[in-house]
Design a protein around this ligand. Sequence first.
Ligand code: SF4
Ligand code: SF4
Length: 414
Amino acid sequence: MKTKRRGSSFNSLNSKRQLESIFLFTTGKCNARCAMCFYANDMEKKAEDLSFEEIRKISETAGNFKRLWLSGGEPTLREDLPEIVEMFYRNNHITDLNFPTNGIMGDRIIEWLSRIRKTCPDCNISISISLDGFGRTHDTQRGVASFYRAAGTLKKIGERFRDDGHVITNIATVITKYNVQEILDFVTWVYGRFNVSTHTIEAARGITREDGVKVLTEKSLREIQDRIAPYYLLYARRIGEGMNFIGRGLTKFFYVGLMRAMYNIRAANLEKPAPWNMDCTAGETTLVIDYDGRFRACELREPIGNVKDYGCDVQKIMSSEAMKKETGAIGHGYKANCWCTHGCWIMSSITFNPGKMLSLLVKSNRETKKLSAGRTVETSEELLRELEDKYHVDRALLEEAGGAPGKGVSKGAA
Ligand code: SF4
Ligand code: SF4
């Protein structure tokens, strides 16, 4: 039986705008060279990472907040990462940890997750592993041979935390020119091969390391999103396993609604900024701290200062003239002048606009139901093997890594 997840990340509604999330770029180092990396230029600066002592001051001045989003660079290359997470749990009573990783350092990830589960027992952990396509496609896009290592990490997480309701595993895929042709097959294969809680797809964003990797239009992104809509009903079912009838229903409503709403907003903003129909709360509820201490309202806007110039004091930073000016520049409602495709901020902003949220979720659930009507998602072993042959996946290596034949989830009717 699964341990119970405390205060689901999908259903937190909040109308009071206060600091809810800190996005902490723990290091500027990375062991991959992704073509679509939007942080490559920042990492090239090779500035020094914030010290533990500086991060301690940030934690001690931030007060209680809900979510710590790790980022980088590759977070697992920061040696004192578990201590940093434990410090935020102790000082700031975080209830949710978002842990994105490229999955290359599998043993370390398992060791650290196990440790954090013991030392931060009430914290929900969403671990998000990047997997961009079948075998060679993934490796080309990531710039390093890491497909089988990431698959192995997914297997180890599945084995170790299968019954732990505090650990949710996501596969994150960025769509580029390299994987766009195979994305629909890949979504099917991921659902069938890995027992993960969810699979998010997104279009490459920001200024990418390699030119010309962004190939999607609003129309083509919407087509992909519509085609994969039935999978979100299935993932909702997976997440709700072990819950009672009401829990399952609420999970489905929030998960399916939020995913579809986020995808709709993203698609509308792909080619040109388009109002989200709600405020973006960047800079009011979120603070982004780069690895070298520069800070921003969100990942896509320019830095507006350095935490070191504020004594690493989060209260001073959030009430600073620089932040006031920045949130003023972002603006509010339809008069706002800043809109983008960034899923983390779309999700966060939805929960801070409860008036809009309910109608948005109802509409998004209806759309997903309509798009899934009469469609069956097939993930038989035969089909999964066909896909592996088609895309030259080395089944022996995959088996060794753990995404092995026999691990598939059989047919699901959406
Ligand atoms: S996208 Fe992430 S994993 Fe890839 S190079 Fe950039 S920081 Fe590293
Ligand atoms: S709309 Fe996007 S770019 Fe603008 S402030 Fe919000 S998250 Fe940042």
